[in-house]
Ligand binder design. Sequence first.
Ligand SMILES: Nc1ncnc2c1ncn2[C@@H]1O[C@H](COP(=O)(O)OP(=O)(O)OP(=O)(O)O)[C@@H](O)[C@H]1O
Ligand SMILES: C[C@H](N)[C@H](N)CCCCCC(=O)O
Ligand SMILES: [Mg+2]
Length: 396
Amino acid sequence: MMTNAAPVSGRIWSKRRCNASRPPADAPIPTTNSASSMELLLFGIGLGSPLAYEVNRQTQFYPKKVPHESKKGIYRNEINRRFSTTAVEDSGRGDPLPSDAVEPAPSSGFRRADAAQASSEPVEKNFRPFRAIPFESVSCYSENNYVSTKEGGELMNHGVFITGTDAGVGMTHVASVLAAALQRRLDENGGGRVGVWKPVQTGVRDEAPLPDSAKLVLGSGLPIRESETFSYAFPDRVVPWMAAQRIGARISISQLAEEGLSRLAACDRLVVDGAGGLAAPLTDRRVVADLAAALALPVLIVARPGIGTVNHTLLTVAYARGAGLRPIGVVLNGYRDGQADIMEENAMMIERFADVPVIGKLPWLPGAPASGDDWSTWRERWADVSSASLDLDKLP
Ligand SMILES: Nc1ncnc2c1ncn2[C@@H]1O[C@H](COP(=O)(O)OP(=O)(O)OP(=O)(O)O)[C@@H](O)[C@H]1O
Ligand SMILES: C[C@H](N)[C@H](N)CCCCCC(=O)O
Ligand SMILES: [Mg+2]
C-alpha cells in the first residue's frame, strides 16, 4: 500500500541540498570498493526486516542471499528513499498505479514456488501497455512534491532516457560516455551537475560481470556513489518483470516515476539508462516505454551500426512515437574496421525514414575493463573519441 499522506521529513532533495552534498571536485571517485559499510546495507535496513543480509564485497550492494520469502522491499534500493517525497510502506509487491490505471493486485505476493499459479492467472487480451498510463497521471506522483506536473514537463528538457534496439547494443556504454561528455561541457560553461540513473537492472550476481550501475559510475567518471545510481536490482539476467517475479517482487512504476522526477530536479542533466529496449516488460502490464513516458523524457536510441539496424531502429522509433515519446536521436555504436561505409548508408536511411538525427557514431574501442580496474585509462581514451563522435548540440 502506498500512503500519500505525510511527506517524509528530510526526504525532499532539493537542488541546493544536492549541490551541498556533492563531494569536492578533488575527492577520489568512489568505486565499488570504497563505499562505507552503512552505505552497503541497502536492503532491509529501515524497513524493520528481521532478515540479515550478507553484503557482497565485490559489488558491495547486492545481498548474497536473495531471501525469496521476504515480503518487504528487499529488491528495492532503499538508499533511493532520499529521492522519494512521500511516505511509502512497501507491500512487497510494489504499489498499484493511481486512478484508472490501477491494476488488480494478486491476493498474495508471487513467490518462486507459486510460479505455476502465477502463470495460470488470466491474461488480459489485446493489452496495449503504453495507452494505460497517460502522462497526466504523473501529477499524482507530485501531489506532495515540489515538482509540479508543469515543472516536470520543463524538467524533461534536461533529462534523456537511453534506450536501444536490443539488449546488449551498448546502452550503458553510451549512457556513461554521454554523461561524461555532458559533465565536461557543463564544467566548461560555468559548472553544474550531471546525474546518472539506472531504474532497474537485472543479472546482478556475485559472479557476474560488473552491473550496469557500476559501469555507469566507472565509465562516466562522475563523482557519485554507485549505491545512489540504481533503484531495483535483480539476480537473474532476464526481462525485468520476470527477474522481479522470480524473487517474489514487483517493480513499482509509480515509485520509479516519483523518484525520477525528484532526481531530475536534483541535477542539471540526468542520463537515464533504460533496460533492454522500449518494449521490455517491467511489470505484467507496463513496459520500459511507460516509464519513459511517465518521466516525460525524450529518448535517445542506441543501435548497432551494421546490417539489420535500419529495420530495428525504424521499429523502435515507431514504437516510441506510438507511446507518445519523443525520439531525439540515434547513436550507432561499436562500428569496426571496414564497417564505416555501411554505417554511413544506414545512418542516411535512418534519418530519411525515421526523421530522427543520427547524433553519434561510436567506434568499437577494444579493451573495456572487465572488473573495476583501469577505468581511468579507458575513460581518457573515450573522452577523446566521444567528443569527436557525439553531437551534443542536438540534445536538449
Ligand atoms: N563502442 C564500444 N567499444 C567497446 N566496447 C563496447 C562498446 N560499446 C559497448 N561495449 C561493450 O559491449 C558490452 C555491452 O555493452 P553495454 O553493457 O553498454 O550494453 P547494453 O545495451 O547496456 O546491454 P544490456 O542490455 O545488458 O544492458 C559491454 O562489455 C561494453 O563494455
Ligand atoms: C538483462 C539485460 N541486461 C537487460 N537489462 C534486460 C533484458 C531485457 C530483454 C528484453 C527482451 O528479451 O526482449
Ligand atoms: Mg546496459
